[in-house]
Design a protein around this ligand. Sequence first.
Ligand SMILES: Cc1ncc(COP(=O)(O)O)c(C=O)c1O
Length: 411
Amino acid sequence: MRPFPIYAVRGAGCRVWDEDNNEYIDCINNFTAMIHGYGNKPIADAVADQIGSGTAFGLPTRSEIDLAELLCDRLPAVEQLRFTNSGTEAVMMALKAARAFTGRPAIAKMEGAYHGTYDYAEVSLDAEPSNWGEPTPTSVAYAKGTPQGVLDDVIVLPFNDVAAARRIITENAVRLAAVLIDPLPNRVGLMPASREYVKQLELSVREAGALLIFDEVISFRVSYSGAQGLWGAKPDLTALGKIIGGGFPVGAVGGRKDVMAVFDPTSGKPPLPHGGTFSANPISMRAGLACMQQLLPAQFARLDRIGSTVRDGFNGLFRRKGVNARAVGMGSLLKVHFTSRDTTDYRSVFQSPLEVRQLATFNRGLLNRGVLAASYGLMALSTPMTDHDLAGILRAAEGAVDDVLRANPQP
Ligand SMILES: Cc1ncc(COP(=O)(O)O)c(C=O)c1O
């Protein structure tokens, strides 16, 4: 971050203070993880209680059963669940489980979607017009050093294009282990996958004898039963993370019992190995439980309302000021696009140089007026936010839009 990064010193509720004692309303919330903001009392008490009696053991604890039961209760498709230390590991273990279960090598993912840093999950994260392939997406390496073998085993699907996705899945059916989808993918513009797209993916995946994996590391934030509850989907495996750790490192992979059996060391067959020194540590588990117990349907309804207030407020502002911009998202998540194009997939949200500058100016405008948003435009709201805080966000946005108009006059 230029000219220098901002160092956080402390947080309280939805506010954060930096080393220079500047105060911000935090709409980054550690990249969506801090759904109750900072200093949440039930989480702090649960952690304080655990910290004096052991932070990690080489034995299971009751706390992991408690959190697993809560998650399995909320997600009918998740019959069994294993904890990891991060969302990256959760996605990685889901993909490895799918390969082990099906005996097939390839996975399919959506162009532009972020799923953490496992090589396979990163493919085509930043594909661009010069390399993304027309009309069928090609597999584009993201990280330096990605082996060709990884690219050969990742099939890239266009998001929200039912016919193309069905065709590509059918063509690759014999080698396909799983299709990985985040139904509300932040880097694909935070537009939801259409119901029809998810339904057709489920059908094609079943026909191919492959598995459907939902990455709900972020989208579990949108309802009591996550995105799969809202979409009425029944994925074979689900990856979780972020909010389920209550602010501590966490991830989880869960799903169908017969698929999760690939991990079972007691089955007599060689299991899919899954270790992790700090997996299911009781600090993350107890913090996660305290966090999730405070997220009942009423809290999700309130998060929906405050999300709509900010999205509608931004959109009203863009209209009044005559700016080609749109706030999209669901529940407590939103993202601003500086375009009037119809946005449905990665290619339609791919920013022009002007749009890149406009978003950067908007974000800097928010920052200078005391509101934090992620550099790529994602904003995540939190339960401690009051009407006063929402008004503060909208006031900052008004000034930020004026900055955009001054710095980048509309063509
Ligand atoms: C959709 C999605 N999947 C996976 C991950 C990876 O999670 P983690 O950062 O905990 O490794 C992220 C992180 O932002 C994510 O947004």
